[in-house]
Structure formats: C-alpha cells, structure tokens
Design a protein around this ligand. Sequence first.
Ligand code: AMP
Length: 591
Amino acid sequence: MVFGLGNKDKNKAQAKAAPATPAAPVAPGVASAMPKATTLPRGPMSGLMQDWKLTVDKVIEHAHFNHGNREIVTRTVEGPILRSTYSDLYWRARQCSNALLADGVQRGDRVATLAWNTTRHIETWYGTMCIGAVLHTLNPRLFPEQIAWIINHAEDTHVFYDTTFQPIIEAIKDKVPSVRRWVALTDKDHLPKTTGVKDLRDYESYIGGQPKDVVWGDFDEQTACGLCYTSGTTGDPKGVLYSHRSNILHTMIGLQKDAIGIGAADTTLPVVPMFHANAWGLAFSCPATGSKLVLPGAKMDGESIYQLLDEEKVSFTAAVPTVWLMLLQYLEQTGKKLPHLKRVVIGGSAVPERILRAFEENYEVEVVHAWGMTEMSPLGSLGSMTANVLEQDRETIVKYKLKQGRPPFGVEMRVTDDSGKELPRDGKSSGRLIVRGPAVAKAYFKNAGGNILDKEGFFDTGDVAHLDPYGYMQITDRAKDVIKSGGEWISSIDIENFAVGHPAVANAAAIGLPHPKWDERPLLIIELKPGETATREDLLNYLNGKIAKWWMPDDVAFIEKIPLGATGKINKLSLRETFKNHKLPTIQAAE
Ligand code: AMP
C-alpha cells in the first residue's frame, strides 16, 4: 500500500452537505439577546464550570490512575533494557519531589538535567515541575563553556546528569556557583569513582528512602514549569520559559488526530531528545494517552533504533531526518523490514524526498512532516492530509507531504512582507512567517532580547515561508540563510533537498556567496557517502531541470563532513566562514 491514496476519504469528501444559512451572530451569554432581561446584568457573564488548573501533575496522575500498568521500556545508559510502568514513574517522581524538597528546592527554583531520554529523566521532570520548581533541559551537544554560560544565566541550583556526560560536568563544575547539588542519574554501583564533583549523589540513593506522599500542583496554572534555551546561531542563547498551562494546552494541541494523534493502543518511541524542544511534547502526550513508551537512552544509531522498533513493536516514532537516514541505511544494508511501525513524524529540518518515499513506498510507513521551534513548545505545523489533497494523484500528494504541514487548532499562522502586511495564502507569496497561540513564547527568560511580539501579539519565527489555500505552509528558508540573487530569493532548502537525492550524496548545504552582479549566488557544498565519488558536473547535471535555471549553484565544493550544530541542523555559520574566500567561477565572467 502507498499512503495518501485515501479512497475512503474521497467518498467522504464527495458527500458535502449543503451550506447552512448562517445564524445572526449573538455573543454567548450576552443579555441583549433576551427581551426585557431586567434582572440580568448587561455584558459578558461568567460560565459556571470548574476551575480545573491546567498543571502537569494532572498528566502523570491521569496516567497512574488510568494506565498504571502500561509499560515504559528504557535502554538504560548502563546498557540493559529496563521495564517499568506509568505507576512506577508516578511513585518515583513523587520520591524525587521529596528529595528536592528535602534539599531546599523552592517554587521557581531551576533544576537542570543533562540527560538522554530515559525513565529516570522523565521522573526528574515530573518530580521538579509538580512542586512548582522549573525543569531546565540542557543540551549536551553544546560546548562546555556554552553549557556553563546557560547554567549561570538560569541560576540552576541542581543538575541531574547521565554519566555519559561526566567529562562535561568535570569541565564546568567550578564555573557554575549557583549549583549546590549534582546528581548522577544512575545507582551506587555505576557512580563514577574519581570525579572531583563535591558531594556527588547517585540518583537511586538520592530518591531512595524518600516518602511517596507529597503535595503536587495547588498553584496557579501560569506558574513556570520548564526552561529551554534556543541554540541561536547569533547572539547569546535565549531561554524559553514554558508555563504549566502552556504545556497542558500544547499537549492537547499535539493530541489532535491530524497532529501527533497517538492513543492508548500505540507504542511510541521518542527518538527526538527531551533536551531539544521537549521531545516534541511526547513526555506529556504519552502519559496523557496511555501510549506505551519506549526510550532509546544514549543509542541513536540505525541498528539500536531498529532493535527497539522491532522488539517493542513500536507503532509511532518521531525524530529529525538525520536519524532516519541512519535507520534507512541500516535497513538497506540488512534487508530488514518495519512490520509494526505505522507512522513517523519527521521535523526539525526539512524532510528530503528520498526519506519520505523510502518510508512510504518501501516500508509502508506513513510520514508526517512537521515544523516547529523551541519558542512554540515546539509544535507549529504537521503535514496530515486534507480531503481535497487526498483526491489528487500520488505525485501531487507527495508534493504536499514535502511541505511543512498545516497549523493544528491552537496555532495561528500568517505570512507577511517586510513592512508587516499580510501576504495572500496563494501557495507562492513568500514572506516572514509569524505565529500566535497559547503555547508560543511572549518573551524570553529575564527578558533577554526585549519585546519579541508585534502589536497584534505575533512572534516572528525567523523563517521564510508561504501558505496555500488548504492551510499548508512551506518553508523556503531561514530569514538569515536565504540566498538573495538579483533582488529575488533562492531557497537554499530546495537546492539541498534535491541534491541529497543524488545517490552518492550523504548531505548537502547551499549557501550564498557575495557576487558583484547578482549580490549573492549559491554555492553547493557536498558531503559524499563513504566510498562514493561524484564530480561538480555530475551534481549540476543532476539538478538540471529540477530547480529553476537561475537557482542553479554557481559552483559545487566537496567537504569531508558537513558541520552540524547542537540540535543536529547544518551549521551554516561555520560553512560561511570556511568558504568565505571561495571564488565562484562566475565572478570573473561578471567582472
Ligand atoms: P529549534 O528551536 O532548535 O527547534 O529550531 C527551530 C527552527 O528549525 C525553525 O525555525 C526552522 O528554521 C527549523 N525547522 C524546524 N522544523 C523544520 C522543517 N520541518 N523544515 C525546515 N526547517 C525546520
């Protein structure tokens, strides 16, 4: 079967109801709709529903009472597979809360983690958040100096870390005066022996022996809950401070059928790390639904991921394209199949067509392309198909699947020109992508960077995109990566996506280099697969006919390894530096 042919949906789409005559708009609860309502006050009336605070303790409590025996499977950092349940998570998170309280943690204090996706890591999340302290995820892929800078900015009091990251801890431990407790997420037997870290505790002893009784929640839903710094390529990193309310609403946004849409019968493998954009909310949405949870720990290579997908019968998974490239390579080499996997959400950077086609056409796994960012908690759009699109032929459907998707309910999206004027939703007018919603940041922690919203409350994502009449958004570039040639924009993403389709290419990046005539012209930088060869002409011939003529790169350069940033995205800043003296062959002709 090939996904997106959708016969069932076709029938539904044909059975359109006749449009009803719209009723005259009357605001709910407005007394003026009633004749002579002399006893009722004029103006809006409050509803009479419960004030059920949107705090994340509700999520794990729900999982405990309704899905208590549902399994959590972790590939531990120590090696063996650990099997536990949502009820285990619930009780141990309560013990973690008591350990933190005994250690003097108060509401609003920042507790950091430097950790892989494991059940212990999730325990520290709920243990911290549910007592009103703030869980701060640190990204271990940053340099130690950057991590120390972020800890100091956040004034973290506690750091929980996986022993994999012991060298980072050694490098920063004397540079972060706010930290008064280090806890290694392991047991006594695996505690690193000679660390020099003062009063280092192992997690199992730290929470072991603590009571399970604790008061959770019982504070305002606007209370800060999580903190995550953006890996900004310019300026200092900036902290996004999530609230309990924003996390709960983001969970509900993600659980729509056309979004993450998992349920109690699913088995979910979040490969996307909890330290990068909250694992796209899966540490909340899995317990909220009772999906079985499979956590990959430190191992993200093709074979290790395959083993979990296969042995745990994973039905739903999510990760950035790089991870899926590794898995697909492993499948091609071994001839193995994916009999249990139904749906994979891919985002963080654009999905190359060959990944989409390989999953859907060779392995019968539906691909949902997603876009988002740390500032959006992070879900912004997901590429589930609308009825109108499903009526099209397969090649058109693929084109839609390669777009970044549609905003789920709870995300407002617009595209504007540089003066802030909204551009038409015609599928071609590209401009600044701006967003608004209950899970979108309104300011950075400690107000870094000042006001970040426009006068209507929209946040500028820094992405360049267009929207089409069905609501599909397509990113054409990061505002700062766009290549400006002769006053027009060239999409570096499109060039890269086509280039990685070449069989010899492992990764590709397009950057703009200064040009005397055109302002900028594209240089294509290629990392070849091990053992493969290809020339400049091979690559240009391959692109010929796939992209507009004036988008054709002026030159192709080869590099051993395309540098990736801390969140797995191509580090264009570093490429621009490396190739700043590269002479485009077209420059001489122009001069
Ligand atoms: P981060 O906050 O680190 O998750 O980075 C967010 C940025 O990643 C977005 O503003 C986009 O530039 C980029 N991004 C995320 N998902 C996609 C996608 N599906 N396609 C293209 N770019 C993406």
